[in-house]
Design a protein around this ligand. Structure first.
Ligand code: MG
Length: 248
């Protein structure tokens, strides 16, 4: 069942989303060649806890860190550690936090120093794909219109959309119904209603859409080792249109 949120609950979710967006700003500011992903994780965890919130990912199904940090061909769920970021890398940072009983969830892929034109284009396409998905999150549309908007845009740019991982409803739990694929035919699934809150999160690859999970059982990489990017926002469906809750 898709849980609809009241006005008060949406306000509370806005606070959680704002904190996650601010945590992103802190991490983004710190990203540079020479930095380890473990240090970015520590920075995010401290910031979240300093603001009376709890990192959603830490301990989730045994995940050992507060953020996911996914470098280059890593798609999502990379585990922060001693790996040092290098000039030209791209790093996907996914952050979730619980504040006042509600979750916010947001991902961005950041450049490390100067990156290739190809990588820059990947980041641009993925960010625009998220915007397209959000624009489809309007009252009266059906759920699959979101994924269709993402897929159409990405494939028109000659890139591919990951199929094995999806966006999700979000609220008092990090993952609530419905699942939100980033591909598919339009006009299917439940009608979008005011009070639905959705984590929309396209994952886009330069090569094929196929992915594999590494032996750490978390890190997802592209099967062809091509570069991948991930952008995510927590979005409320309202009578006035989509409202991005993960904004600083
Ligand atoms: Mg998510």
């Amino acid at each position: 069942m898709i849980v609809l949120k009241s006005e008060d609950e949406l306000r509370a979710m806005g606070e959680a989303g704002k904190l996650v967006a601010k945590t992103h700003a802190v991490v983004a500011e710190a990203i540079r060649p020479g930095m380890t992903t473990a240090s970015l994780d520590a920075l995010a965890e401290q910031y979240i806890r300093d603001h009376n919130a709890v990192p959603s990912f830490k301990g989730y199904n045994g995940f050992p860190a507060s953020i996911c940090a996914s470098i280059n061909e890593e798609v999502v769920h990379g585990i922060p550690g001693p790996r040092v970021l290098k000039e030209g890398d791209i790093v996907g940072i996914d952050i979730g936090a619980i504040l006042g009983g509600f979750h916010g969830d947001m991902a961005r892929t950041y450049p490390v120093g100067e990156i290739s034109k190809e990588a820059e284009r990947l980041l641009w396409v993925t960010e625009k794909a998220l915007e397209q998905g959000i624009a489809a999150a309007v009252v009266g549309n059906r759920l699959s219109d979101i994924g269709h908007a993402v897929q159409s845009f990405v494939e028109a740019q000659g890139l591919s959309v990951v199929r094995d991982f999806v966006g999700h409803g979000i609220g008092r739990s990090m993952h609530e119904p419905p699942q939100i694929p980033n591909f598919g035919r339009p006009g299917r699934g439940p009608r979008l209603k005011p009070g639905m809150v959705l984590a929309i999160e396209p994952m886009v690859n330069i090569g094929g859409w196929e992915v594999v999970v590494l032996s750490d059982n978390w890190t997802v990489i592209t099967a062809d080792r091509s570069l991948s990017a991930h952008f995510e926002d927590t979005v409320a469906v309202t009578e006035d249109g989509p409202l991005i809750l993960t904004q600083a």
